[in-house]
Design a binder for this molecule. Sequence first.
Ligand SMILES: *Cc1c(COP(=O)(O)O)cnc(C)c1O
Length: 379
Amino acid sequence: MTLEGDDLACVDHALGHPDEWFDTEVEHAYQREFAAWNGSEYALAFAQGRVALSASIYALGLQPGDEVIVPGYTCIAVPNAFRYAGITVRYCDIELDTFGPDIASVLPLATPRTKAILVHHLYGIVCRDFDRLLEFSRQRGIRVIEDCAHTTGATYRGRRVGNWGDVAFYSSEQSKVFCTFNGGIAATNDAALGARLAEFQKRLPYPDPPRTRLLLRNVRISYDQNRHPHRWFLDEWMRYRHRHESILSTTQEELRGMRPAHYFQRLAPPLAALGRNQLRKVDRFNEQRRATAARWRQFCAAKGYRVPLQVDGSTPVYLRYPVLVPKARKFDGPWAIREFGVQPGHWFVGEHHPVSAPIPGCPHARYAVEHCLNLPTLL
Ligand SMILES: *Cc1c(COP(=O)(O)O)cnc(C)c1O
C-alpha cells in the first residue's frame, strides 16, 4: 500500500481540524486533479469504488429487468452493486492470459435485454480482449463500464484505461493502486453521463463527523499495520488495540448480498485531501510496480510458470503480479515463501471474492480461484 509519512501528516492535520471536514472545495479540487491526470472530462468521488459503480449504473439509466454481462471472477462488491439496482447479471468466463472477460464467452450471452458489459482490468493488467469487447459492444449498442479498481494509471495506446468505454470506476481502497483508505471515483468523457453522475453524487450525504473521524483513524491504523517500520511485531498488538474501531471495506452484510447503511455516501473531504496528496505520487508508485513486475516476469518464466500477457500497446501498472501455481500450493504458505521468497496474496479466493460460488460456464474463473496467487510489486 502507498501511504507514506506525508500522507499521515495530511491525516493528522485533518484529525486536528474537524472544522474543515465539510470543505467541499478540496473535494472539487481532487475531482478536477484526478480528471486532468486521468485524461477524463468528468470525475466524481464517492465513499468507495463500489459506490462509484452504483453511480455509473444510475448514470447509464440501467433499469430492473435489464441484463448486464459481468466476468465470473470479480469482487463481491460488483455483483452487489447491480443487485441493489435490481439489474440481472449474466456471468461470462475469463481468459487466463490477463484474467479479463473472454470474448468467446461473452458473445453467446448477449440478448436483446443486454444493456451493458463490465470490462475489468485485473491485477493492473489491461485485458487481452479489450479491442474485441469494445468493438462488439459498439456494434450491439451495449454500454461499457470499465472496472479500473486495480488499474488506475494503466494506459492503452497512450490513453489511460477507463477512457475507452462509456463510464469507468476506480478504487482508492487501501489495497489498491493509490490509497484514501476507502474511496472511489467514477469517470466519463460523455457530458450527459457526467451530469447524471453529478446528479447522483449530489443526493448523497458526506460521512457524519463520527464516521469521518473513524475513517481518518483507520488510515493511521492501516499505515501502522502495513507500512510501519515495526509492523512485524506491532501488527498483532494493533489488531487487538483497534478491534473496536477498525472499518472493514466489505461488511458481513455485504457478504450476504445486503447493502450496509453507510453505503450511499460521498468521499469525506479530508480523505479527498489525502487523495490529492496520493495523486501526486501515483506515477512514481506505478513505475516501481512495473520495475518489480519485470523482475517477477523473469523469475517466474525461468521457473516455468505461465506469466501474464502484456497486451500490445498497453502499459500495465501491475497492482500485483499474478501467477498460476498447482492447486495444492495455493494456500501452502511455507511453500510460497520458499518458492517466491515473499508472502503472496490469495485473491481472488472465490468467484465473488471473497465469496466462493462456482458459476456454470466459467471454468477458467474456477481455475483461477484454485490456482492464482499474486505477488507484491511494491516491496
Ligand atoms: C476492490 C474492487 C472493487 C471495489 O472497490 P471498493 O473501493 O473496495 O469498493 C471493484 N472491483 C474490483 C475488481 C475490486 O478489486
